[in-house]
Ligand binder design. Structure first.
Ligand SMILES: NC(=O)c1ccc[n+]([C@@H]2O[C@H](COP(=O)([O-])OP(=O)(O)OC[C@H]3O[C@@H](n4cnc5c(N)ncnc54)[C@H](O)[C@@H]3O)[C@@H](O)[C@H]2O)c1
Length: 308
């Protein structure tokens, strides 16, 4: 299993590290446009192998895509992150050009690849890859919901004063401060609906804190977060590489599902060796469906800024 991670910055390196530590891939190639940067990150990470006990080989490349040839999965994290006060949508001008060029270079050397898009605005960047490449739709996946759901579970556990492993919950919709739809009605603590334990007001606070999860960290760190994003990507990569058939909310091209068409937005999907093997249509109530539709309108507005 060969995995390429384009962009050896904060998220790319974190993602490569988690993939290596989980020890399911034979090779990870980190690629960056900055001279020697990916090679340096790869060397540093390889020097943790004996300490962390993994056998995955991590190599670096300065913009030489021949080194990525034959990759099964490629992750795109190249592009600029937001600074405090910025929205993800404001990154479109620079990141669209980068994502378009990077995806075309990856496919040239790995025609059977499955691409996971991370660069923001992620739903629009995922749509861009659909529009500008010939890859089948099951092999283009946007990562946002897996991270947003992890942040949701963190906030739920905090409110419930429970261990995170005791809670479950999912965030669907667009990967943006306004567009996320945390499914509070369906969230559980060890199979019991969380509404049995906390008030509606506290649950809406959890929902609001989840939606601004990224912005909160960007303000604290001066740039966007990387540990949880890297871990979330590694979860998707592992589900595909190990054919786990796990459900994650991912950004995928919709063709009538949830009454939506011609956009990529976060909905639950089954991930396995075929990439997105199934889009899962859960029964939403009217309020949840309205929020998803509103979120879709926001994503479409950002898609409209693309020069296709
Ligand atoms: N989808 C999500 O949930 C999520 C979460 C966190 C961050 N992000 C996004 O991921 C992206 C990366 O964030 P980061 O914090 O790692 O940024 P970063 O600046 O630390 O790293 C980005 C890297 O991309 C490289 N790069 C730029 N242009 C390139 C090109 N043409 N080819 C190869 N490499 C190139 C840069 O040299 C840099 O090393 C941002 O767009 C950020 O908004 C998305």
């Amino acid at each position: 299993m060969k995995i390429t991670v384009v962009g050896a910055g904060a998220v790319g390196a974190s993602c490569a590290e988690y993939i290596a530590i989980k020890n399911f891939a034979s090779e990870v190639v980190l690629l960056d446009i900055k001279e020697d940067y990916a090679e340096g990150k790869a060397m540093d990470l390889m020097q943790t192998a004996s300490l962390n006990g993994f056998d995955t080989k991590i190599t670096g490349s300065t913009n030489d895509y021949s080194k990525t040839a034959g990759s099964d999965i490629a992750v795109i994290t190249s592009g600029i992150p937001r600074k405090p006060g910025m929205t993800r949508e404001e990154l479109i001008g620079i990141n669209a050009g980068i994502v378009k060029e990077v995806s075309s270079n990856i496919i040239k050397h790995s025609p059977d690849v499955t691409i996971i898009v991370v660069s923001n605005p992620m739903d629009t960047m995922t749509y861009l890859v659909h529009k500008t490449t010939d890859l089948p739709k099951n092999r283009i996946i946007g990562m946002g919901g897996a991270l947003d759901s992890a942040r949701f579970k963190y906030r739920l556990a905090e409110a419930l004063e429970a261990p995170i492993s005791d809670v479950d919950g999912m965030v669907i919709g667009g990967h943006s401060d306004k567009g996320m739809v945390p499914l509070t009605r369906l969230a559980t603590r060890n199979s019991v609906l969380v509404s049995e334990f906390i008030s509606e007001d506290r649950l809406s606070q959890v929902s609001e804190d989840t939606k601004v999860g990224g912005a909160t960290l960007t303000k604290m760190l001066g740039t966007s977060a990387w540990y949880a994003p890297g871990a979330a990507v590694s979860g998707l990569v592992q589900a595909i590489a190990c054919d786990q058939k796990k459900i994650f909310p991912c950004s995928t091209l919709l063709d009538g599902e949830y009454g939506l068409n011609d956009l990529c937005i976060g909905v639950p999907v089954v991930l396995g060796k075929g990439g997105i093997e199934k889009i899962v249509e859960i029964k939403l109530d009217e309020a949840e469906m309205n929020k998803l539709k509103e979120s879709a309108e926001g994503v479409k507005k950002t898609n409209g800024l693309l020069e296709l």
